[in-house]
Structure formats: C-alpha cells, structure tokens
Design a protein around this ligand. Structure first.
Ligand SMILES: [Zn+2]
Length: 128
C-alpha cells in the first residue's frame, strides 16, 4: 500500500470538500444578501404606501373639517347614524300627542348619540 498516495488523495478530497462548502457558504451569503435587499425594498415600499395613505387621510380630514362634515373620530368614516339615547318612537309620539309639543323638543340636544356604522364607535356631537 502506498500510504503517501492515499494521504495525498485524502488531502485533495478534503480540500475539495472545503472548497465546495466554501462555495455554498458564499452562495448562501449572496442569497441572504439578496433576500435582505428584497425585504428592505418591500419595507420601503410599504412605508411609502403608508405615508401616501396617511397623506390622503389627512387631506380627507381637512376637507371634511372645511365642509363641516361629521366623521367618525376612530375610523374617519362618514357613514354615521344619529340617534337619541334610548329613543322610542312610540313614547315620543305619545308625548307629542299629550303635550302637543314638537317632536324635536322631546329630543334633548345632549342626549343625541352618533354611531359610526362602520366601526360601531359611539360619541356625542360636538365631541371627539
Ligand atoms: Zn368608525
């Protein structure tokens, strides 16, 4: 048996193996780098989109404030419903018949509650 030759071959194989794993490691680093870049880009895009959305929302709010449009302070929806707390039409109608007062008089201003039809948030007019 030629030990020197075998040793040489083993060394050669070992160094080849190392080369391959080094290659793979480098490729892995490249891929990881690309993935990181990709993620960075995606994050930037997301932030850009978020900024645009916030800008659009700010403009919408400014417009609604200018026009005096009531909007939900939580989700900024304008699909709202104004109700008298515990309002009962039967009772109000009866009161109107008895007292002869106008229906609106029966609704106390501070008892009106606005309900957002989108998120369900409730608040009193004039307050946010
Ligand atoms: Zn809402």
């Amino acid at each position: 048996m030629d030990w020197e030759r075998i040793k040489g071959k083993t060394k050669e194989l070992a160094s080849k193996g190392l080369d391959i794993s080094k290659d793979l490691a480098e490729k892995g680093i490249e891929v990881a780098k690309e993935k990181r870049e990709q993620k960075k880009l995606e994050k930037q895009e997301m932030e850009e989109r978020k900024r645009q959305e916030e800008q659009a929302l700010k403009e919408r709010i400014a417009h609604m404030e200018r026009e005096g449009i009531v909007y939900c302070p939580k989700c900024y929806s304008t699909s709202l419903s104004a109700n008298k707390k515990g309002f009962s039409f039967g009772k109000a109608a009866a009161g109107m018949l008895i007292a002869g007062g106008p229906l609106l008089g029966a609704i106390g201003k501070n008892k009106i509650e606005i309900t957002c039809l989108k998120c369900g948030y409730k608040w009193k007019p004039g307050k946010k």
